[in-house]
Design a protein around this ligand. Structure first.
Ligand code: TAP
Length: 479
């Protein structure tokens, strides 16, 4: 039996296959952390059935009371933040301060959506018929399948589960298989907070096995997915063909633009932070930097000064500022991209190698200079600690290049010019813009998500989540 099981219909249950997956610490790949259940289609079907059975009772509970349960979950998550964060660090290498920050962000998201239980969802409309009351109310969509990645194993699931639940839906959650232990601990928070059985169900295991049933089952009403473009497009096809509502949050290739009038110290610090935080394994990581020619050399120097300060090592240790990448697969992919950067003629300004610390999956923070727009490292998402700097003639060229990508998640501009900042705000083809800040997401009350190939369907977080997790019902009350 695995150590960490599925959570279905209020019970911890093993996978029907009896199969289990062993998890290893990417900082010390010989160190085993535990075993998780590897589920089958039949397990996913049982989870969907449990969610369907729980739906009427959950929908009938007042949203204020549903919100109260979320608030309890927030308190518990905060209490257990150290343990859950440590588990996430052991599973995927992110530094403890980062996983702890993520757990606390999860608690904030739960509190935000707990409050949503008190807010009106719907409106009274005027009617042309005397005495008629016309209402447009928002109702839950039903059973929601949530498929999430390993890179934010706490916050991303919660920003799907919290709004889904407070708005009266029930959930089947399939986390990234690398972070199944963290997922079981997050599910336990919901269990211990007192959510009724079947309201949140967890199925651990392979997306390639369970993904199709979660996207096509007749009793699933909606699929919310965060992950790669390839899987996202596959889910979109299945969901469309089977009449499901869907929401995709996908990859990014996020640009930063540094103009001559920028505070270069700030820009260099935040570009490095944006690129290297979480070992670059963020969909919103800064990966292309367009620098106006007049300040290119100075900016490069400042970037190098900042990168030199990064201390790579085990994310559980004090003083470490960058952990390993999450897995051997990530290690191979990212080092492959670094090799391509070298082969295609980018100038290696810093890093470019790997580090042998306890046999872990360590990659040096890597900076390429004089990159060009046609290079693979400038076009494709790397999802590792690699950033490419490019010299541009002026702001117009920078904007044109920044937009010349299939992605549209996050972008940043560093400038003192209000005019250029506003122009960038309006013309940057992304879902989230930062003025003098690092590429990234936003607080729980603000919409999160991208445009173009970075996302489809309603955005996540804030009021935007109402759109996805509820549907309109029009009611006419005749006199
Ligand atoms: P994926 O390989 O796409 O995995 C994401 C989830 O999909 C995992 O739970 C995975 O399960 C599951 N999955 C795999 N094959 C599936 C299938 N055929 N049908 C349904 N589900 C399937 O991505 P990843 O490597 O975990 O995460 C990295 C990617 O996510 C990057 O592209 C990154 O940019 C993107 N990402 C985007 C955002 C936002 S908000 N835009 C945030 C974080 C990450 P298994 O783990 O079992 O394979």
């Amino acid at each position: 039996m695995a150590d960490y099981l599925n959570f279905i219909d209020g019970q911890w249950t093993g996978a029907s296959s009896g199969e289990k997956r062993e998890h290893f610490n990417p900082a010390k790949p010989n160190e085993s952390i535990g075993f998780t259940a590897v589920s089958t289609v039949a397990d996913a079907e049982r989870a969907i059935e449990a969610a369907k059975k729980a739906a009427p009772g959950w929908k009938a509970m007042s949203s204020v009371n549903r919100g109260e349960l979320l608030r309890k979950a927030a308190d518990l998550l905060e209490e257990r933040a150290d343990d859950i964060a440590k588990t996430a660090t052991l599973e995927m290498g992110k530094r403890f301060v980062e996983t702890k920050g993520e757990a606390l962000r999860g608690a904030s998201i739960l509190r935000y959506y707990a409050q949503e239980g008190y807010r009106t969802k719907g409106e009274v409309l005027p009617s042309a018929s005397d005495g008629t009351t016309l209402l447009a109310v928002r109702v839950p969509v039903g059973v929601v399948a949530a498929i999430t990645p390993w890179n934010f194993p706490i916050a991303i699931p919660i920003w799907k589960i919290a709004p889904a639940l407070v708005f009266g839906n029930t959930v089947v959650w399939k986390p990234g298989q690398e972070t199944g232990i963290t997922a079981a601990k997050v599910a336990e928070v919901f269990k211990d907070a007192g959510f009724p059985k079947g309201v949140l169900n967890l199925v651990l295991g392979r997306g390639s096995v369970m993904g199709d049933i979660l996207s096509t089952h007749k009793d699933v009403a909606a699929v919310t997915f965060t992950g790669s473009n390839a899987v996202g497009q596959h889910i979109a096809k299945l969901a469309t063909a089977n009449g499901k509502k869907y929401q995709l949050e996908l990859g990014g290739k996020n640009p930063a633009v540094v103009l001559e009038d920028a505070n270069l110290d700030l820009a260099a610090r935040l570009v490095v932070d944006g690129a290297m935080k979480q070992t670059g394994q963020r969909c919103t990581a800064t990966s292309r930097v367009y620098v106006e020619a007049g300040v290119y050399d100075t900016f490069v120097e400042k970037v190098i000064e900042n990168v030199k300060n990064i201390t790579v090592g085990d994310g559980l240790q004090e003083g470490i500022t960058m952990g390993p990448v999450a897995s051997k697969k990530q290690f191979d992919t990212v080092t492959g991209y670094i090799q391509k950067g070298k082969d295609e003629g980018a100038e290696l300004l810093y890093g470019g190698g790997t580090l042998n610390i306890d046999g872990g999956y360590y990659i040096e923070p890597t900076v390429f200079g004089h990159a060009t727009h046609d290079m693979t490292i400038v076009k494709e998402e790397i999802f590792g600690p690699v950033v490419a700097l490019m010299k541009v003639a002026d702001y117009n060229e920078a904007l044109e290049r920044a937009n010349d990508t299939m992605y549209g998640l996050s972008a940043a501009v560093f400038t003192d010019s209000l005019e250029k900042a506003f122009h960038f705000m309006e013309n940057s083809e992304v879902g989230m813009v930062q003025i003098n800040g690092e590429t990234g997401g936003a607080e729980p009350q603000a919409p999160f998500g991208g445009t173009k190939a970075s996302g489809q369907g309603p955005k996540e977080q804030g009021q935007a989540a109402v759109e996805f997790f509820t549907t309109n019902k029009t009611i006419t009350i005749n006199p």
